[in-house]
Design a protein around this ligand. Structure first.
Ligand SMILES: C[S@@+](CC[C@H](N)C(=O)[O-])C[C@H]1O[C@@H](n2cnc3c(N)ncnc32)[C@H](O)[C@@H]1O
Length: 291
């Protein structure tokens, strides 16, 4: 295959790309990622028969590139790294919160069904959303034994990346991707397929729903509220001001009394009168005050 060499990208030009990407995705590419941007653009431009960064930039900025093409470029510039049970302390905080909420609800009115809606924001290929759903199912098994009741739960998971969401919806993973899944969980919640592939069982898939969405548009989408908002390893690619804006949007989508879980160390100062930090040094979580 013939080499397709693009010229060096000048700092001024790189700055234009940084701004465009940030405007559309929130992601800020530091100077150290310039080579990565050039590599992704090279592949994309070769595919589209475009010869200059400037030409591609103008087309993108003017909206003269199809939504799908733009999505595939963004996809190649985004980090999708994830795994099952990536942050066990945070998962534990969520299940303990949901257990207490359910028990309080049953105590108040044992005939009233209890509901928990979870939002996984920046879900990548689905491992985070499925880990949450599996842990909620285990919680239900415990509640059934303890008080013969269960909660109705659903996990809505969103991401900007169409290809990642396609993988998530299938729920098929190769064996090594399940390395952090306890063996009993693996046996109970996954069907073994051929060639060391595993698929999440329907009982869990039916509890999850994957939707394409950009966190920068949260303000303009439907205003469903959630009991649990779980957003990890997405905002680390954003600059501080934008992180704060997104977090403020997330807070508006949290039910009173709901819990927001971020990635450990992802942001230092989430402030707001309506939030209380969960007292757990292993995770970064906040409760919205119950008015
Ligand atoms: C590193 S992965 C994190 C996956 C998972 N939350 C975890 O912690 O394992 C970051 C994900 O955020 C998504 N993402 C980045 N910018 C986004 C945006 N503006 N809106 C929605 N998702 C975004 C990426 O597509 C990617 O799948």
């Amino acid at each position: 295959m013939a080499a397709f060499n693009l010229p060096e990208m000048e700092s001024k030009e790189f700055a234009l790309w940084q701004t465009l990407l940030e405007k559309r995705t929130g992601m800020w590419l530091p100077e150290s990622r310039k080579a990565f941007l050039i590599a992704a653009l090279t592949r994309f431009m070769k595919d589209k028969g475009v010869n200059e960064y400037k030409e591609l930039y103008s087309k993108l900025d003017a909206g003269a590139i199809s939504v799908l093409d733009w999505a595939s470029l963004v996809d190649s510039l985004t980090v999708h790294e994830t795994c099952f049970y990536r942050d066990i302390p945070s998962l534990k905080v969520v299940t303990s919160y949901c257990r207490n909420k359910a028990l309080e609800g049953f105590q108040k009115d044992s005939s009233k069904p209890q509901h928990v809606q979870i939002w996984s924001v920046g879900c990548s290929t689905g491992e985070e959303a499925y880990s949450l759903a599996i842990e909620m199912d285990k919680l239900n098994i415990g509640l059934k034994e303890a008080c013969d009741k269960t909660v109705y739960f659903g996990v809505t998971a969103v991401d900007i990346s169409y290809p990642s969401l396609a993988v998530a919806r299938e729920g098929i993973y190769v064996g090594r991707q399940l390395d952090f899944v306890p063996q009993t969980t693996k046996n109970f919640y996954f069907n073994r397929l051929a060639d060391d592939y595993y698929q999440i069982k329907d009982q869990i898939r039916q509890r999850t729903c994957f939707i394409q969405s950009n966190v920068l548009d949260l303000g303009s989408k439907n205003k469903q509220e959630y009991d649990v908002i779980y957003c990890q390893n997405v905002l680390i690619y954003f600059r501080d001001e934008r992180k704060k804006k997104v977090i403020n949007q997330l807070i508006t989508r949290l039910k009173p009394g709901g819990i927001l879980v971020l990635g450990h160390g992802e942001i230092t100062n989430v402030s707001g009168d309506e939030l209380t930090r969960v007292d757990n040094k292993h995770c970064l979580a906040y409760l919205r005050k119950d008015n």
